[in-house]
Write a protein that binds this ligand. Sequence first.
Ligand SMILES: *Cc1c(COP(=O)(O)O)cnc(C)c1O
Length: 394
Amino acid sequence: MTTANTTGPAALTRGARAEATVDLAALRDNLAALRARTGGPAVMAVVKADAYGHGAVRCAREAVAAGIDWLGTATPEEALALRAAGIGPDQARVLCWLWTPDGPWRQALRAAVDISVSGLWALDELLAAVRETGVPGRVHLKADTGLGRNGCQPHDWPDLVAAALRAQAEGLIEVVGIWSHFAAADEPGHPSIQAQLDSFAEALAFAERSGARPEVRHLANSPATLLLPQSHYDLVRPGLAMYGLSPVPDVGGPADFGLRPVMSLTARLALVKTVPGGHGVSYGHHYTTPGPTTLGLVPVGYADGVPRHASNTGPVQIGGTWYRVAGRVAMDQFVVDLGGDLPEVGEEVLLFGPGERGEPTAEDWGRACGTLSYEIITRIGGRVPRRYVGGAAE
Ligand SMILES: *Cc1c(COP(=O)(O)O)cnc(C)c1O
């Protein structure tokens, strides 16, 4: 076990209860590593869900500073927020893919945001907005190649392609992308992978035979970016990998792919006390001290994104030693059994980080809670201040 290094990248700001440190140099390095690994295709930095909890605008700016010229979001509101922050179409294309009826089509057109279309209802609403604003749309047609979520089913694809190309012929839109999304690229050898590659090739061939000339054909999320070069086409769309976590932990950890976790979560020990054996700890008394011991109070809870499923299991490092959550994680705090150790009140509690100081990682928390590192980082709450280090964009 390493000893705590309070001057390291995760060192807490004086007086802070808790902090998520976002290492923007790591973010840029991860993007460079992904580009080096993939070679030819362009890279879209996926910054949906507030850049998986890291801060969408800051991360988008760093990605642009690192030479990335595509950004991806789920909702149109997320895309518009990037434009409102000053990231213009000269700096990056922005694609958003999760539309609902009566969405902000006009605003997206005026902000030069690329629009994904999975069905005729969306094309109709978009065309109405184009006629009203006089601004032609840039459209990525999305095929459902097997995920069974968003995207157009193969039997509806000919109608969607034909309608989009008619609108293109009228000058209302430009079909700039044909794309899809994987169901199980994180499970190497899963039969759906080849089936989706084949289905995508068919959807693409049909669109091209019909006259579509997309600038970008794209299919690859993080696991496909790392493991499936045949899925790369013109553009890859990594999310998790750019935040330095492995989407395929059973195949390799971040370092195996040249990646470094970007977010560290640190809190400050709020109380240390001795208690007798047999003492119940936290709501419901789901932990009882096995003998006289010391307890440490960590002032973050599920309102901060520490999953309640971490009760009795989530790992932390204090002063170089690992401890586990004792009892339930509450809304604002949890307790660790320090086993007789007496760290100072105010000492740093490392919940997760890159692991370079021996601390747990978001992957460790995901495993402890029966979920993915994706969910751990994305849910770190708005009450936790973000501290940015290593930024190049500002
Ligand atoms: C979230 C998302 C991605 C990025 O996924 P990762 O597994 O984090 O790389 C790519 N494409 C689409 C459509 C997504 O929704």
